[in-house]
Design a protein around this ligand. Structure first.
Ligand code: SAM
Ligand code: SF4
Length: 341
């Protein structure tokens, strides 16, 4: 079977025209979600992808294998809400058995945590190493208005389950929003510091399905840092590499806080990420307006070499940066939940 043959380009770096090598693959396991965060999805959700367009587990593991053989050493599962995929534990087990020039890929997952109480241990046992959990508020009424679901306690139980299962470090993603949760910046940082969680504040990006993002309503990294500086002495840590977050120690540590300044301090020059959507499209950037149809390659009997070639073709179209701050910026047609955040 062609799917079992190693790709001829195995080991050659997944490069773009700007000399960036791609080692980090984000796979969206589903576009569906159990929450409706205002900055991501409208109350009624979005038109879901048709079932027959979703990659099967065999298909997505095959793409991941070809990518790992081409040098991908880190895979993050996302969505939508990845834990809604019924066979997520099996997906993790199969991905953790892959091996490339750099050995087995590091496996992580971004989640709203609602299903972690029952899944944290099985996922850990299947080979998942780390989780990033989204938490934007510690107040139940706000959680309800922000996510349109009354599930703060379930999220907190999910965080506790991740810690207990040893999915370390447990990172927390917090989108800072003016007039919504910017008065909780210190409370959230303290909550994380007290529990050994690594919190990262994220600048809100224009990726919502409703296209409601306004530059002036976004809380900037500088504003977040000013609030934190009023409470703690911040010491910036070096060694960020291709990671999107810049990290600061709170007082003398060990607690730290990260800031992902995607809009005001873009890190595109160091980007090593590529994305596979749940319906089998490869994207070179969250903000790309072009996709490469891998599902068609897979379903027309394409060989591993053809999958590899399609991924490389996609990367050749990768732009130098996303230009969110440029007046000519156009939001991608697909929302974050469909692309895979
Ligand atoms: N459902 C999972 C979750 O919420 O963690 C995974 C998918 S979600 C799209 C991935 C991450 O993207 C979350 O941390 C979420 O807060 C973030 N996100 C979603 N929309 C965003 C936006 N418009 N700007 C910045 N971050 C956003
Ligand atoms: Fe769902 Fe995550 Fe989007 Fe919130 S941010 S609606 S949890 S996909």
């Amino acid at each position: 079977m062609s799917g079992d043959r190693p790709s001829p380009a195995s080991g050659a770096p997944l490069a773009d025209t700007f000399g960036r090598t791609h080692r980090d693959l984000r796979i969206s396991l589903t576009d569906r979600c159990s929450l409706r965060c205002t900055y991501c999805m409208p109350a009624d959700g979005v038109p879901w992808l048709a079932k027959d367009t979703l990659l099967t587990t065999d298909e997505l593991v095959r793409v991941a294998r070809v990518a790992v053989e081409a040098g991908v050493d880190s895979i993050r599962l996302t969505g939508g809400e990845p834990l809604l995929r019924p066979d997520v534990v099996d997906v993790v087990a199969r991905l953790s058995a892959l091996s490339g020039p750099a050995g087995a890929p590091e496996l992580s997952l971004t989640t709203n945590a609602l299903r972690l109480p029952e899944l944290a241990v099985p996922l850990r046992e299947a080979g998942l190493e780390r989780v990033n959990i989204s938490l934007d508020t510690l107040r139940a009424d706000r959680f309800l208005s922000l996510t349109r679901r009354d599930r703060l306690d379930d999220t907190l139980d999910g965080i506790a389950a991740a810690l207990a299962a040893g999915l370390a470090p447990v990172k927390i993603n917090t989108v800072a929003m003016r007039g919504v949760n910017d008065d909780e910046i210190v409370d959230l940082a303290r909550f994380a510091a007290e529990r050994g969680l690594h919190l990262r504040f994220i600048e809100q990006m224009p990726l919502d399905a409703g296209h409601t993002w306004r530059r002036e309503e976004m809380v900037t990294a500088d504003e977040i840092l000013a609030v934190l500086r009023a409470e703690w002495t911040l010491t910036e840590l070096d060694g960020r590499g291709a990671a999107p977050a810049q990290t600061w120690l709170l007082d003398d540590g060990p607690a730290s806080v990260g800031v992902i300044a995607s809009v005001t301090r873009p890190f595109c020059g160091d980007c090593d990420r590529l994305r596979l959507t749940a319906d089998g499209q490869v994207r070179a950037c969250l903000f790309a307006r072009e996709e490469t149809d891998l599902r068609a390659v897979l379903r027309s009997g394409g060989s591993d070499a053809e999958i590899d070639a399609a991924i490389r073709r996609c990367l050749l179209g990768k732009k130098a940066g996303h230009d969110i701050d440029d007046p000519s910026f156009l939001q991608p047609t697909r929302p974050m939940s469909a692309i895979g955040g």
